[in-house]
Design a protein around this ligand. Structure first.
Ligand SMILES: NC(=O)c1ccc[n+]([C@@H]2O[C@H](COP(=O)([O-])OP(=O)(O)OC[C@H]3O[C@@H](n4cnc5c(N)ncnc54)[C@H](OP(=O)(O)O)[C@@H]3O)[C@@H](O)[C@H]2O)c1
Length: 249
C-alpha cells in the first residue's frame, strides 16, 4: 500500500488509448464511479463518439498518438487539471527474438509501449505533483513478469514497463503520487482476438483498477488468471519463467 488512496469521486483522469478495450472500460468505470472528468486520448477522436454522446462534457476527447511529441504537448496543455494519468495505449506484435522482422516489430512496440508511456509520464509529472494527491497507472501485463516466447518482444516491453513502474514509484515516493502497476492476464479485447484461451472482461479489469485506486494498491492483478500468476510470482518467479516458456507457438 502506498498511503495515497484515490476514490474516483471528483477526480480528473487522463487515459491514453481510451477509445476501445481496457482503456474504454477504465474511462466508463471512472465516470460511473463519480469522476468529475475524463480526458480520453485516441488516435482518431471519431472513435470516441459513443462515449462522448453518453457522458457529454465529462468526457473530453483529445487526439493523441503517444509516439507524436507534438500531440503529447498539446494534450498536456488541454488537460492541466489531471490528477490520475493512465498509461494504457499499447500494441502487441507476435514473435520472439529470432523471429522474422524482429527488429522492426520490437521497435514498433518499444515506441508505443515503453517510450510512449515514458514521454506521457514525463510530460504530466509536474502537473500531477501540483494536483496531488495523484496517481500514475501503468498497464503492464503478466507477460511482463515472465517471458512468453510466442510474444517474446511484447513481453520484453511489458517487463520494461514493470521496471519503469518500480523506478517511478521510488522517484515519487515523497510526492503523494501513487504509482500503480497493473498486470492483466488474457482479456477479451481486440488485442487478444484469436487467442484461444479463457479471457476475463475489460469491465472486470476496470472495476478492479478503480477499487485498487481507492485502496492505494501498488501492484494490481485484475483478472482471474493474473490473480494466480501474481501469487505464484511472489513465491517462485523461476516457476513463472518455466510455465510461460512453454508458450512457444
Ligand atoms: N488484452 C489483453 O489480453 C491484455 C493483457 C495484458 C495487458 N494488456 C495491455 O492493456 C492495454 C490495453 O490493451 P487492450 O487489450 O485494450 O488492446 P486494444 O483493444 O488493442 O486497444 C489498444 C489501445 O491502444 C491504442 N494505441 C495503439 N497504438 C497507439 C499509439 N501509438 N498512440 C495512442 N494510442 C495507441 C489503440 O488505439 P487505436 O484504436 O487507434 O488503434 C487502442 O485504443 C495495452 O497496454 C495492453 O498491452 C492487454
Amino acid at each position: 500500500m502506498s498511503g495515497v488512496q484515490m476514490k474516483p469521486v471528483e477526480k480528473i483522469a487522463f487515459i491514453s488509448g481510451a477509445n476501445r478495450g481496457i482503456g474504454k472500460a477504465i474511462a466508463i468505470a471512472l465516470l460511473e464511479n463519480g469522476a468529475k472528468k475524463v480526458y480520453a486520448g485516441a488516435r482518431d477522436v471519431r472513435s470516441l463518439h459513443n462515449l462522448m454522446s453518453h457522458y457529454k462534457d465529462r468526457l473530453i476527447p483529445l487526439e493523441l498518438d503517444v509516439t507524436h511529441d507534438n500531440a503529447i504537448a498539446q494534450a498536456l496543455n488541454s488537460a492541466r487539471d489531471t490528477n490520475i494519468l493512465i498509461n494504457n495505449a499499447g500494441v502487441l506484435q507476435a514473435g520472439g527474438f529470432f523471429s522474422k522482422d524482429t527488429m522492426d516489430t520490437f521497435k514498433t512496440q518499444l515506441d508505443v509501449n515503453v517510450l510512449g508511456l515514458m514521454k506521457l509520464s514525463n510530460a504530466f509529472v509536474d502537473i500531477l505533483k501540483k494536483n496531488r494527491p495523484a496517481a500514475i497507472i501503468n498497464i503492464s501485463s503478466v507477460a511482463g513478469l515472465g517471458n512468453m516466447p510466442m510474444i517474446g518482444t511484447y513481453s520484453a516491453t511489458k517487463s520494461t514497463v514493470h521496471s519503469i513502474t518500480q523506478g517511478m514509484r521510488a522517484e515519487l515516493a515523497n510526492e503523494a503520487v501513487l504509482v500503480m502497476g497493473v498486470y492483466p492476464g488474457p482479456i477479451d479485447t481486440d488485442m487478444a482476438k484469436g487467442v484461444d484461451i479463457e479471457k476475463d472482461s475489460p469491465e472486470n479489469v476496470a472495476k478492479n483498477i478503480v477499487q485498487a485506486l481507492a485502496e492505494g494498491k501498488e501492484d494490481v492483478f485484475p483478472d482471474i488468471m493474473s490473480k494466480q500468476v501474481g501469487k505464484d510470482y511472489m513465491q517462485n518467479p523461476k516457476g513463472i519463467e518455466r510455465t510461460f516458456g512453454q508458450y512457444v507457438t
